[in-house]
Design a protein around this ligand. Sequence first.
Ligand code: PLP
Length: 316
Amino acid sequence: MKKHNFSAGPSILPDFTIKNTAEAVVNFAGTGLSVMEVSHRDKEFMAVMDQATTLFKELLDIPSGYQVVFLGGGASMQFCMVPYNLLNKKAAYLNTGTWASKAIKEAKFFGDVVEVGSSKDENYSYIPKGYTIPADADYFHITTNNTIFGTEIREDLDVNVPLVADMSSDIFSRPIDVSKYGIIYGGAQKNLAPSGVAFAIVKEDILGKTDRPIPTMLNYKTHIDNDSMFNTPPVLPVFSALQTLIWLKDQGGVAAMEKRNIRKANMLYSEIERNKLFKATVKHEEDRSVMNICFVMNEEYKELETAFREYAISLG
Ligand code: PLP
């Protein structure tokens, strides 16, 4: 029986990704070498990077003026790269959970951070609404899917300043209007590939507006100008990412993924609502994530939590 890792990440990857990656570990593209042994400058790997970038753009319908880069350092490195590259004086952040708080902490090294809204008061069980973004903010940062707390912003917000989004755990889960964003970033290990690679979709004209010198590796421009090959990229995760992108296209792309995700989420949420053992942790239905469904045992059944876990594990 194939077991299902119910966690948001590292997450279950398509069999297609796993099988092709396993094969490439042994014999990559018929080279007789492992993908871990070839040079990233070999034509076989250059083709992988090229296809991954192209397919990434195609699947998300990324307009011209934007570049996609694959980077090391995970989404956490983006918490620092975003302000390093964009924050002159002031940035606005929405505090919707652990990851948003970590992004806020990093931004404070670079300038004023205005927390325009926070749901910390209620253990991040809702998405704050009705906030005002200062017109002089260099950008507004959101975490679209709050992996730990199970809330999600499922619309592309219209805001008065460049919008930056951490989409680590909902990228490719629905069609997005990329034109509404300045930067979208995330770690790959939720929806794309094994850990070790992060992605960033960068609107080129928002760069170059800070006065501070930016270290080479932390400058988006370095990676854009070098097609994600400035230094040795994480070849194995990038290879895996390409497999998932091919699989996504074959499944009907992000529109098909959205339908599938909603169907799965509804199935689970309706059982949680129906079943007296459980309760969903997110207050308002409209804030509930379709990516990771957070639930706990109701108070009166709390002592069954271990038994429930063991039962679920026994069923794979
Ligand atoms: N942002 C979100 C929404 C996440 O779920 C995670 C989880 O790992 C991170 C950021 C941190 O990513 P990384 O471990 O790639 O730095």
